[in-house]
Design a protein around this ligand. Structure first.
Ligand code: GLU
Length: 430
């Protein structure tokens, strides 16, 4: 699927679920148009003295529930449409988690691996210079996303503060802890996803040792979700990065794989004792082969649109848990439903990240940092509550988990829109 279809696809999903769940059509309509989208060229002085122009986007999708919130991604395939789809999903996600936020997203068309650290810093500062009047702690609050991280958030906060000449840590979340970031933000997306899988396992009486899980992608979120699952006894039988993956029937030790990935930048099947790592038995597999594995749980944790009409028939997993945003195309989803695959949706599964971003923002505004246990226990409360609501609606009304999650979110947004006044507010005889 091209990135321009991804937005239409996201809009269709809102229309369909809105009609199905009997949401006020005016509420659905209000979600079909982004509030504002900005596209800017970002001039960056390269290390060789030349100037290169990058394209950056920020979409404030919908702010009915509060200031808009969402990450900034650095990726060569970023488009304006993709950023809008991601902004819409953030709107649904924040509503589902009951955060006082609307949705937003940003992106820069760039292959960050080709930039030096100094070029990356200049690009990040250029992004904030272009967006400084569009973002703000009460307006729109960025955060990390694909290929952006805490250090980049730190540069961005610094640039924003230099422009505005005020201390303003709440302008961005996912910062380094030393610059006002929250403890536990780095693991939050993975931990939130882990909580969802753990709750699903409890509801459906899965035995962890007998549950085989394949994870597509090996970034920060996948590392934490896989590590926490392994700790509970679940078997991570396959994992990959953009270069390819590895498979082992007996499961991998995630800490060892991560250590190796940090040093060699590769996914290699190793087991480490202290500093000594040895290769373990495994099979090399491609990303396509990983997606087609016969496992209990498939966790797509890389980019959107990886399960499409072209490969949906090869999917054999019984459950898909979406850690990435939008990994399943809508048409492919209908086919998966026919195949009896159950899907836990992105707007629930990866919401731990933005939830702890919200905690970070609250800590910044209060000027009072929390300890790690407090962050973790509040995340636990938020995630299990959202999971429970989705589970209950899905099972009592025979809806898919995605339909249930969207329904909860749309109803919440609907209440706010209706409080402002919709057609019913006007009397015909007046
Ligand atoms: N980029 C993350 C997401 O897609 C986090 C957003 C945030 O923390 O604001 O949910």
């Amino acid at each position: 699927m091209s990135n321009s279809d991804v937005f239409q696809d996201a809009l269709n999903r809102v229309r369909e679920i809105g009609a199905d769940a009997d949401i006020n059509p005016e509420v659905v309509e209000s979600l079909l148009y982004p509030k504002a989208v900005i596209k800017a060229s970002l001039p960056v002085r390269m290390d060789d003295g030349s100037t290169k122009y990058f394209t950056g986007y920020r979409c404030r999708y919908n702010d009915v529930l509060g200031p808009t919130k969402g990450g900034i991604r650095y990726h060569p395939q970023v488009t304006g449409e993709e950023v809008q789809a991601l902004g819409l999903w953030m709107t649904i996600k924040c509503a589902l988690l009951r955060l006082p936020y609307g949705g937003a997203k940003g992106g820069v068309i760039v292959q960050p691996k080709e930039l030096s650290p100094m070029e990356l810093e200049r690009l990040s500062r250029a992004y904030v210079r272009a967006m400084a009047d569009f973002i703000g702690p009460q307006v729109d609050i960025p955060a990390p996303d694909v290929y952006t991280n805490a250090r980049i958030m730190g540069w961005m906060m610094d640039e924003y503060e230099a422009i505005k000449r005020v201390r303003s840590p709440g302008v961005i979340t996912g910062k380094p802890v030393s610059l006002g970031g929250s403890l536990g933000r780095d693991e939050a997306t993975g931990r939130g996803a882990y909580i969802c899988i753990r709750e699903l396992a409890l509801k459906q009486d899965w035995q962890p040792e007998k549950t085989r899980i394949a994870v597509q992608g090996f970034g920060n979120a996948s590392y934490h979700v896989a590590r926490l699952l392994q700790k509970d006894g679940f078997k991570i039988v396959a994992i990959s990065d953009s270069q390819g993956g590895i498979y082992s029937d007996s499961g991998f030790d995630i800490e060892s794989l991560w250590k190796e990935k940090q040093s060699s930048r590769q996914v290699r099947a190793v087991y480490c004792e202290q500093s000594v790592c040895q290769l373990v038995e495994h099979k090399e597999i491609t990303n396509e082969e990983l997606l087609a594995l016969d496992v209990d749980v498939l966790v797509p944790a890389a980019l959107e649109g990886v399960i499409t009409n072209d490969n949906v028939k090869s999917i054999r997993a019984k459950n898909i848990v979406e850690v990435a945003n939008g990994p399943i195309q809508t048409e492919a989803e209908a086919e998966l439903e026919k195949q009896g695959v159950s899907i836990l949706p992105d707007v629930l599964v990866n919401a731990g990240g933005v939830t702890v971003s919200y905690f970070e923002w609250v800590q910044n505004r209060g000027g009072y940092p929390w300890d790690l246990e407090e962050v973790r226990s509040k995340l636990e409360v938020q995630m299990t509550r959202a999971f429970e609501q989705v589970w209950k609606l899905a099972t009592t009304e025979n809806r898919t988990f995605r339909n249930a999650a969207y329904t909860v979110a749309l109803r919440r947004i609907g209440e706010a829109v209706t409080s402002h006044g919709t057609r019913e507010y006007f009397r015909e005889d007046e």
